[in-house]
Design a protein around this ligand. Structure first.
Ligand SMILES: [Cu+2]
Length: 173
């Protein structure tokens, strides 16, 4: 009974580690083929819409797209449209010069969500945000939420290794 439990635990741990490492099934997911505008494009005129195209048809439900300016204001109009392998969003006319970021989330044919983002520039880029100065830091503390997650993940992995080591010892005894 104990031995069976240890074996199940070991299998679960190996599975969890495989998932954490990226897993072999990741290659089968829907992949981005192109965006319009393309990543980093510098446009002389404001685009009427943005779109992202994938390597296979998407589910028509669950798709979302948002385009933000440098001050994080939404400059899209209406809802995103999903047609076959493309999701598109119309933009407000005559966007002012600056840097814009488009983010998308689509549901691939196999039901997995796929998300990402790309940036483009109309005219000339927005002034880069000042980082590292005292006033920016005071407001920017919430801009680095990745650290607690990384520490938690590291702790979880260490815990998994420790339990795995313990299980192996128990099985060998
Ligand atoms: Cu998938």
């Amino acid at each position: 009974m104990r031995r069976g439990f240890a074996r199940v635990l070991a299998v679960v741990l190996v599975g969890a580690l495989a998932v954490a490492a990226g897993g072999p099934s990741a290659s089968a997911h829907t992949q981005l083929v192109a965006t319009s505008p393309s990543e980093g494009a510098v446009l002389t005129t404001s685009p009427a819409s943005v779109s992202a195209t994938f390597n296979e048809s998407l589910l028509t439900t669950g798709g979302a797209m948002v385009v933000l300016d440098a001050e994080r204001r939404s400059v899209g109009t209406g809802d995103a449209r999903v047609q076959r392998a493309t999701i598109a969003l119309d933009l407000q006319p005559s966007l002012p010069d600056g840097t814009y970021r488009a983010a998308y989330r689509v549901i691939s044919a196999d039901g997995h969500p796929v998300e990402g983002s790309f940036t483009f520039i109309v005219g000339s880029p927005s002034k880069p945000e000042v980082q590292g100065t005292a006033p920016a830091n005071a407001a920017g503390e919430q801009q680095s939420p990745a650290w607690p997650a990384i520490v938690l993940l590291a702790a979880a992995l260490l815990g998994a290794v420790a339990v795995g080591w313990w299980v192996v010892r128990r099985v060998r005894e």
